[in-house]
Design a binder for this molecule. Structure first.
Ligand SMILES: [Zn+2]
Ligand SMILES: [Zn+2]
Length: 246
């Protein structure tokens, strides 16, 4: 009999083995934030929560103890970008340059800000350009030099990133409903993103065009400060223009 002592709570081996199936990976125990010792512990903790139950939106967005709320928003936005790229893959068959020659959502036409001067891009290009832009910005060490704090002047980027990411969900919802719904049912990504955005006021409620999911029982009153936000944000929003009425 081997009497090797296996100390609990220490040195959990977390390895990816080549060739292992996705459903067999991540089979290590849930670890508290304190016991995650890497420089990316907040990201790892967030990803653990998502793997544990991606539908537990409240728990996923709730600020963990001892985490800076700005870092928490930062890690969430990074994660949304990562997961949105899976939505892009799902959209690609249907959201073609022929089907969606412009980036529209709920009666709005959006111009792409990823070029020397804003221009109209086909929806799929807009989506990819926007995701690339957000990812590059979030990885820019000039604005986000560390994973433990966010410099105050960089906070403004959260709102512009969130506003642009919102349009990707909105385009999928209004133009590719089936793809949107099957993606959302599997990931709850929009639900998480929306709760994050509401919690930290990343997007004005007037820009929330996707109806609340009744299944979540969310009966939020959406009209507080709505008018203010609408009047302030929409006319000044140079990358969104209203379509002429036809
Ligand atoms: Zn499309
Ligand atoms: Zn573009």
């Amino acid at each position: 009999m081997t009497d090797t002592l296996v100390p609990s709570n220490t040195n959990v081996l977390r390895r990816f083995h080549p060739g292992r199936r996705l459903e067999d990976t991540f089979q290590w125990p849930f670890e508290s934030l304190d016991s995650l010792e890497s420089s990316f512990n907040v990201q790892e903790y967030l990803q653990q929560l998502i793997r544990l139950d991606c539908s537990d939106v409240q728990r996923i967005v709730e600020l963990p103890e001892n985490v800076d709320d700005e870092v928490w928003q930062y890690e969430h936005l990074r994660q949304v970008c990562l997961e949105l790229s899976l939505l892009v893959v799902a959209l690609e068959a249907e959201c073609t340059k022929q089907n969606c020659p412009e980036m529209k959502a709920d009666g709005w036409l959006y111009l792409c800000a990823a070029h020397p001067s804003t221009q109209s891009c086909p929806a799929i290009d807009y989506i990819i350009h926007t995701l690339d832009g957000a990812t590059i910005l979030l990885n820019n060490s000039k604005y986000f030099p560390s994973r433990i704090s966010v410099p105050e002047p960089s906070l403004k980027h959260f709102q512009s990133i969130a506003r642009r990411l919102y349009r990707i969900f909105a385009h999928a919802y209004f133009h590719h409903r089936e793809i949107y719904e099957s993606f959302e049912n599997e990931t709850y990504l929009y639900a998480r993103f929306l709760l994050l955005s509401r919690t930290y006021e990343l997007i004005p409620s007037s820009l929330v065009s996707i109806p609340d999911n009744e299944d979540l029982g969310a009966n939020q009153d959406d009209d507080e400060d709505g008018e203010d936000d609408y009047n302030r944000s929409v006319p000044n929003n140079s990358s969104a223009i209203l379509l002429p009425k036809d």
